[in-house]
Write a protein that binds this ligand. Structure first.
Ligand code: SF4
Length: 333
């Protein structure tokens, strides 16, 4: 019987900690979601090849992607949340749950504590749980759940986070859990994470985006980011042009303005047709919207996949006119 105790400490992404007043610092793109990470002395039980929290990773224990997450007393965090959400600064709380035996109960206790103080929407990113457990979370106040696929194909999934790396995850179980989550949370209240740049083709990731849309799951796009100490520390991030094409396809597919079947790809699996007119493409590009961070509403994940001063894969704020011109140029318009 799990004897979970109220988690005394929780990790907070540096940007979130600065915005809600837990620490001082200068940031040029403010998160609009408070990102929390369950705090443990040990690493995660899973072994995802891109993650510094993976059980065999030599990466830093206070990192997730390229972001640092200092720990704070949970009570202090929840109190800071209260003032930050009242001021409208923060639109959501996102709890990243590592994979460990007490994870479910720890998150439940944390959610109850947060819900006792604030009414802001709460997302939980976690491993697959059964319906009964997911319902306990919704009853406690969780609005959205994210079960990460991360990989676009079963083969890549097994290679980076499944059986080939001694990970606990199975492709079919992950997809089944997403469908069950839609039954519990409702269509439009379930997300997943898809990482561009793990060796998939643009065609393969567009096909998986379409599967998500047809399953009532919203796919958030991430650019693969090599992190020191992880299995993939020597791999390269995706090219900006490829990432922009996938973002544009993601925009049309998730807005149900087009379907994968109507898109065109070259022999290498690169997108050569979006199934939209040139006018419509230029209009969408001109809005900048396709290149914004995609995920739960209010999730903007500043500098999650890139360093400040470098080209942004996901824009955490509206694009500037010159950034839209740059996107047009990169896309060949
Ligand atoms: S999409 Fe964003 S808010 Fe939603 S679970 Fe993922 S990181 Fe959290």
């Amino acid at each position: 019987m799990n004897t979970a105790f109220f988690p005394e400490r929780v990790r907070v992404s540096t940007g979130s900690a600065i915005v809600i007043g837990l620490m001082k610092g200068r940031i040029d793109a403010k998160p609009t979601t408070v990102y929390l990470l369950m705090c443990r002395n040990k690493k995660c039980s899973a072994n995802c090849s891109f993650c510094p929290q993976a059980k065999e990773s030599r990466g830093r224990g206070d990192m997730l992607s390229r972001v640092t997450w200092p720990p704070f007393p949970t009570k202090q965090v929840v109190d800071s949340l209260e003032s930050a959400t009242k001021s409208g600064l923060m639109k959501r709380v996102c709890i990243q749950s590592l994979n460990y035996p007490e994870a479910f109960d720890d998150v439940l206790l944390l959610v109850r504590e947060i819900r006792s103080k604030v009414s802001v929407p709460i997302s939980v990113s976690c491993k697959p749980f059964d319906r009964q457990k997911m319902r306990m979370w919704t009853d406690a106040g969780v609005n959205r759940i994210s079960v990460a696929l991360d990989a676009a194909t079963e083969q890549i999934f097994d290679r980076v986070k499944g059986r080939n790396v001694g990970g606990p995850y199975l492709w079919h179980r992950q997809r089944k859990a997403l469908k069950e989550a839609v039954e519990v949370f409702g269509e439009g209240s379930v997300s997943t994470h898809l990482i561009v740049g793990l060796g998939e083709t643009e065609k393969e990731i567009c096909e998986t985006i379409q599967w998500c849309v047809d399953s009532g799951v919203y796919p958030g796009l991430f650019a693969f980011t090599p992190i020191p100490g992880t299995r993939l520390e020597k791999s390269s991030p995706p090219s900006l042009s490829s990432y922009r094409r996938v973002q544009l396809a993601h925009y049309f597919l998730t807005h149900k303005e087009n379907r994968f079947e109507n898109m065109a790809f070259d022999s290498g699996g690169c997108i050569i047709g979006f199934g939209a007119s040139k006018e419509r493409l230029l209009e969408a590009i001109g809005s900048g919207e396709p290149f914004l961070t995609s995920g739960c509403p209010g999730c903007n994940r500043p500098y999650y996949n890139e360093r400040p001063g470098r080209p942004l894969y996901n824009y955490p704020r509206q694009l500037l006119p010159e950034e839209i011109e740059e996107a047009k140029r990169v896309l060949g318009f």
